[in-house]
Design a protein around this ligand. Sequence first.
Ligand code: FAD
Ligand code: NAP
Length: 337
Amino acid sequence: MQIFKSVSLKPYNTFGINVSAEFYAELTHEAEVQELCSDPKLPAKKNILGGGSNVLLTKPVAGLTLRNCLKGIAVLEENEEHVWLQVKAGEIWHDLVLRSIAQNLSGLENLSLIPGCVGAAPMQNIGAYGVEVKDTIDEVTAWHIYDQEFVSFKNSECRFGYRDSIFKHGLKNKVVITSVTFRLNKSHQLNTSYGAVQQQLDLMGVSVPTIKSVSDAVIAIRSSKLPDPKQVGNAGSFFKNPTIPRQQFLDLQERYLTIPSYPVSDDMVKVPAGWLIEQTNWKGYREGEAGVHSKQALVLVNYGKAKGEEIWSLSEKILTSVKEKFGIELEREVNVW
Ligand code: FAD
Ligand code: NAP
């Protein structure tokens, strides 16, 4: 395997930020991960990159950046209700979704068109349109960089939460996820109640939805609302939707009658971060080459030559004004390197 020095990561991150990796290699076979992580001549610091659609690069990346290009899909097991698919971490997420639909397996259709690779999906428990990937993950296998062994995590050990998992916390930069095993369903329980999915199905004239039509609807909504990273650099939602105590929400509702909310539990409420950012007048704002998308305020964009620090600095200003106006502390969803 070739190891390169001083490689620009611009083609490998969807923000299109031009910073260089001190060392760079592409992982195409599982055995290589062991070799690379035990080589004393290589830097101890390893940075794992998939499709680069959830990272903001703010400075030159020290250490060895490993782009996960492991490919392969295998059926591990099958019974009357489910199929267990083991998918290597470098497979493209949306290709997996389309493949599962073509095989008439349900579970991933609402997660259509999310950029990136399969190995990153457990990281933040990717979610969209009322579905989270945790509902289909059976097991995650990874190389532990410091313990020097392959380890497997059953679903319950991954500590999945809202856009969260153990891989984003205790195991961050300590493991290289090499494969994910999904348990997909032969029977189809469709979830069309979220956001604009049902509306889009109606628009498409679909009266009896299937997993394929739900996927088509999600693709249509996403294509109309979200900036295509090939046209304008972005990493999707920059911030998480905050979850706040119900009483804090009720106090805010007295001042802001139209504040949207979704109950999370008896005493906690989710407030869309996009609405908070819009209300603080950032939607469509541009500062040099960095900006806030005009159709979705949750998405920060690079109009061309923005530096990672400029996007970061814009995100700081947004955090401050949302905190000042609503008393809510937004949290970045994007991984900052
Ligand atoms: P990367 O950006 O390469 O990596 C993200 C993080 O995971 C990094 O910290 C990296 O070190 C780590 N990582 C990556 N691969 C591995 C591995 N194999 N082992 C260990 N660590 C690893 N996300 C959603 O949840 N829902 C959405 O609907 C959604 N929509 C999006 C729409 C757009 C237009 C864009 C640009 C992004 C969107 N995202 C969404 C965010 C992003 O696509 C997902 O989080 C995706 O899973 C990131 O995959 P990636 O391969 O690009 O990860
Ligand atoms: P939307 O449908 O305009 O809704 C705005 C926000 O309200 C979303 O963030 C969503 O929260 C929440 N919401 C809407 N309907 C809900 C319901 N029935 N129950 C609970 N919460 C509800 O959102 P959008 O921007 O077009 O995105 C659509 C979906 O794609 C969302 O699920 C969003 O998370 C996902 N997405 C994620 C990213 C990313 O980078 N993470 C980027 C683009 C889109 P949730 O976000 O919690 O679902």
